[in-house]
Design a protein around this ligand. Structure first.
Ligand code: GLU
Length: 393
């Protein structure tokens, strides 16, 4: 085959495969080949999808709900999502300003591809979720990292934001609770960032709130469009059912934002996937409108796991992790061990050889460490920590 036949587009050549999904695929393949691998690489709850949600999916299938839906989602799901935004985030939004996509990732992809041109800058607090910078680069934008540190709760400061904004800044990406650090922005933090943003009317804000129910700090979830309602017309808020309702495989994400942006995303989606899966949409209606009380129990169980994993990791010489305030990830510093393995990817591969799949910190714009997901049961988690300790001893 000739080289020109296999030539990739410039946009694709700018991006790398997702390192979270790559490591997870690798763990799955090793397991299928008979290896005993504990995967802490992907962020998905190990709890079963709630029964009432599964029943709604089965009922949709039995009712032959298997056709195209409106591109932006069924009326039922857009209504249910609007209810969710109001009840769980405090955000009032008409259903017409909600779009349903195949996962939050697709909504983010469409929003950025629909609005970025070469030269547009996108501010992303680092460490960041692996796909943010890749999507920005794919869309032709320029990634501007805003470094954060554990001592500052992995949150950006208003002065830092003010210094980073230029006339070319198009988006600020915020993720609270954050992946991979567990950073949580309070209403006061967001109000201070909002005061800076008010001076720069050209900046859009993507507020990725997919982990909103998973917080371990007192108080309500705070989100920018609610804390600073005057900024609402330029905020796109992302949510979904993947993390909250253990529905990662259903691939349903929802986004609420200004009408022009939702229309632009729908225009792009009409040529990419079209509507999200009709069965998954019916299941998501049940997730948003059905009982929510199990979430308190799940959150409590995640909290117990968090405390256990943080304590376990911090007893291993050369490893340290702060206590994450939300989501289900620990960003672990492993600086004293890195030289032995060349870099953090080498360390991650060494841990995989010892039966634990993790993701190197560099995948998230971090360094000298790795991320684990603690959305797994305590028995497996304990075994994983023992393996990590042994691998680094
Ligand atoms: N968001 C999850 C993670 O960070 C799922 C995998 C992905 O899409 O990156 O592990």
């Amino acid at each position: 085959m000739t080289a020109s036949l296999e030539r990739l587009s410039e946009s694709l050549a700018r991006i790398a495969p997702s390192r979270t999904t790559a490591m997870t695929d690798r763990a799955i393949a090793l397991r299928a080949a008979g290896h005993d691998i504990i995967s802490l690489s992907v962020g998905e709850p190990d709890f079963p999808t709630p029964d009432h949600v599964k029943a709604a999916a089965k009922a949709a299938l039995d009712a032959d709900d298997t056709r195209y839906t409106a591109v932006a989602g069924t009326e039922a799901l857009r209504n249910a999502a609007a209810l969710h935004f109001q009840r769980d985030l405090g955000l009032t939004v008409p259903p017409a300003q909600v779009i349903v996509s195949a996962g939050g990732k697709q909504a983010i992809f469409h929003a950025l591809v629909a609005t970025l041109d070469p030269g547009d800058e996108v501010l992303i607090p680092a460490p960041w979720w692996v796909s943010y910078p890749e999507i920005v680069r794919f869309a032709g934008g320029t990634v501007v990292p805003l470094a954060t540190v554990a001592a500052g709760g992995y949150r950006i400061a208003p002065e830092q934001l003010a210094q980073a904004i230029t006339p070319k800044t198009r988006w600020l990406l915020l993720n609270s609770p954050g992946n991979p650090t567990g950073a949580v922005y309070s209403a006061d933090d967001l109000a201070a960032l909002g005061a800076v943003l008010r001076c720069h009317p050209q900046v859009l804000v993507l507020s990725d709130d997919i982990y909103a129910p998973l917080r371990y700090v007192p108080g309500c979830h705070a989100t920018l469009a609610v804390v600073c309602p005057d900024l609402g017309p330029r905020v796109l808020t992302i949510s979904g059912v993947s993390k909250s309702h253990a529905m990662t495989g259903f691939r349903i994400g929802v986004a609420a934002g200004p009408a022009w942006l939702i229309a632009a995303m729908a225009r792009l989606q009409s040529h990419s996937s079209g509507n999200a899966c009709s069965i998954s949409q019916a299941a998501a209606v049940a997730a948003f409108t059905g009982p929510q009380d199990f979430l308190t129990d799940w959150c409590q169980r995640f909290r117990v796991r968090r405390d256990r994993v943080v304590a376990g990791i911090n007893t291993i010489p050369g490893l340290s992790t702060p206590v994450p305030d939300g989501a289900f990830y620990c960003m672990i510093d492993a600086t004293p061990h890195i030289a032995r393995f060349g870099d953090d990817e080498g360390l991650a591969l060494h841990l995989l050889d010892h039966g634990v799949a993790v993701v190197a910190a560099s995948a998230f714009g971090g360094r000298d460490g790795f991320r684990i997901s603690f959305a797994t049961d305590t028995d497996r988690m304990d075994r994983a920590i023992s393996r990590i300790a042994k691998a680094l001893s």
